[in-house]
Write a protein that binds this ligand. Sequence first.
Ligand SMILES: [Zn+2]
Length: 339
Amino acid sequence: MRAAVMHEQGAPSVLRIEEVPVPECRPNEVLLKVGACGVSYHDVVERNGTYQRGVHFPMIIGNEVAGTVVTTGGLVTTLKAGDRVCCKPFQVCGMCRRCRNGMETACTKRRGVRGGYAEFVTITEEALVRIPDSVSFEQACMLGASTGVALNAVRDVAKVQIGENVLVTGASGGLGIPTIEIARAAGATVIAVTRVASKRDSLLEIGAHHVVVAPDGKDFSEEVKALTNGDGVEVVVDNVGSRVFTPSFRSLAVGGRYAFVGQLFREDISINPARIFFKRAHFIGVGSVRRDQLEDAVKLVAAGTIHPRVAKVLPLESAAEAHAMVEAGEVVGRVVLRP
Ligand SMILES: [Zn+2]
């Protein structure tokens, strides 16, 4: 089969198209014919060397997979050849204490999905969720790492309520876009923060009620306060991390919830603890997506409540080009590879 294989980390050109054997299916795994694989910022840092966990060569990256079941291992009971599926970005044991307590995203044996930049990939049954014919592979591939994580953040961690104000950082990114849609669907007023003015119109079209344009380092909190009668927002969903932390925290209302979803840079934040208790603030960490949340994300897309944004579909041979686009932050929506 054809695959984009990495023999080292580095520039996009390290993704080289090669002929490799079709992977063998273990008893608890399913062999998928890849219909589409999303290109995320996670892929970019796994390729450029920022991300080091579990990296070994040769390596085929790609954890946003949707495709068709070709064969199933002997222990697989819920899927059969021909089923259309999408995946969580990681696989778990299903047996440990965390898996048994609704914390599967922190499973002690958690293993990232890889291998989506290829014609075929094997993934454990547990990490796969069936999709209806009405949901395309191009849309479905991003439901785990993107839409599902946003659903976890907005609905289940930050517990956004109708009538609340929600600030979304990194608004035009892979997590920001579904966060806007889901928060709006939950009845919130959504304030999107983006670095570039050219993305304002598309963010309004996606569902943001207000767009705040702020380059890194700019304090946008006064603008947010002005949009919220001086009170600030009840919820921050922060997909960026350190570079926007201070103005985002200043934008938070008294008693508000600050949900940390992403951290794009290797740096720390600094805050005087008194500011946290004076504000009665809640800091909460969002970790990936559970299987049931991915199932719910599929339902929301099938029902037309959420519309995953596909920015560009490219052949596998254009993996390097896709990475350059995503790394430059040029696109609104997912860049998707179709092997
Ligand atoms: Zn486990």
